[in-house]
Design a protein around this ligand. Structure first.
Ligand code: NAP
Ligand code: MN
Length: 269
């Protein structure tokens, strides 16, 4: 089996990487950076986000495994001392996987240019100094005129990240959909937004028509896609469930809701 390792540059992460490479030597595991079947991410959840972005054009050929070298992660749920068990699982691999939906974002600029991005956690649009004003369309019907700090559009697996901090709901990643959560919306006698997170399904799309992109920042997972100093003027954003999925190698039962409990309530075992 062809595998690659994506490492956060910390001492422990690099040590775990070396242990895996040593354990793989002389086995049927072949290190292949360009065309891997399994990518092992070593670091935190953020490291895994970067690993997925690195391989975003090959997602249907790859399964990811995450080893956390910090605290328990959502995507990184193997521990550093489990290298031996992980290598044994890779050697006995029979293709077990779990698929999570991704978010597709299409950004259209005034000069006619169009960018497409895929997020595993979320995309956000935020205004850093003024009120963001955007007309929100759901399935091409005008839903509301949003005024506030910004909007967070998250995948089901990203729902425990930024989305949760802004009051979004935790979504089971077996649900194929996405959600939009508000950041500090203005609500008074004149301005009105829905005020609660909105969850949408497979065939839905959300379109944001941006009134004025000054002081606006656009993010996709951990990357900034557009800043105020971009020469182009952002006009429109469109969101829907991406056609690609991200696959994780499933070598043992590790339920999403157990991870939610262990991360936010406390480890009961
Ligand atoms: P970071 O500052 O390390 O991320 C913030 C925290 O979110 C870290 O503890 C990270 O875990 C955790 N996290 C990432 N994905 C998660 C998920 N799907 N479920 C639960 N927790 C998750 O920055 P980063 O490592 O570059 O990660 C980028 C992500 O940070 C963004 O996609 C966004 O979701 C999140 N973020 C959150 C806030 C907020 O809550 N106010 C603000 C900005 C960004 P690790 O330590 O294992 O990386
Ligand atoms: Mn991080």
């Amino acid at each position: 089996m062809k595998f690659a390792i994506y490492t956060y540059e910390s001492e422990l992460s690099l040590q775990v990487r070396d242990e895996i490479l040593a354990a793989a030597t002389g086995t049927t595991l072949e290190y292949n950076e360009l065309d891997p079947e399994v990518v092992i991410s070593i670091g935190g959840d953020g490291t895994l986000l970067s690993a997925v972005q690195k391989y975003r054009d090959q997602l249907d050929q790859i399964r990811f495994v995450g080893i956390h070298t910090g605290h328990l992660g959502f995507y990184a749920d193997w521990r550093p001392h489990e290298v031996e068990a992980l290598v044994a699982s890779l050697l006995n691999d029979s293709g077990q996987s779990v698929a999570y939906p991704l978010l597709k974002m299409t950004a259209t600029y005034a000069d006619g240019s169009v960018d497409e991005h895929v997020a595993i956690n979320e995309a956000t649009i935020r205004n850093v100094s003024r009120t963001l004003v955007a007309d929100v369309y759901i399935n091409d019907v005008l839903f509301e005129r949003f005024r506030g700090d910004g909007l967070c559009i998250s995948t089901p697996s990203g729902s425990t990240a930024y989305n949760k901090s802004v009051g979004g709901a935790i979504m089971d990643p077996r649900i194929i959909g996405f959600q939009m959560a508000e950041m500090a919306s203005l609500n008074n006698m004149i301005f009105r937004t829905i005020g609660s997170p909105v969850i949408l399904g497979t065939h839905a799309d959300v379109k944001l028509v941006i009134d004025d992109d000054r002081h606006t920042v656009l993010t996709n997972d951990r990357e900034i896609m557009m800043m105020d100093d971009d020469d182009r003027q952002l006009k429109e954003l469109k969101f829907c469930v991406a056609s690609q999925r991200v696959y994780f190698a499933k070598y043992r039962h590790n339920s999403f809701w157990k991870r939610v409990r262990d991360s936010f309530i406390g480890d009961e075992e």
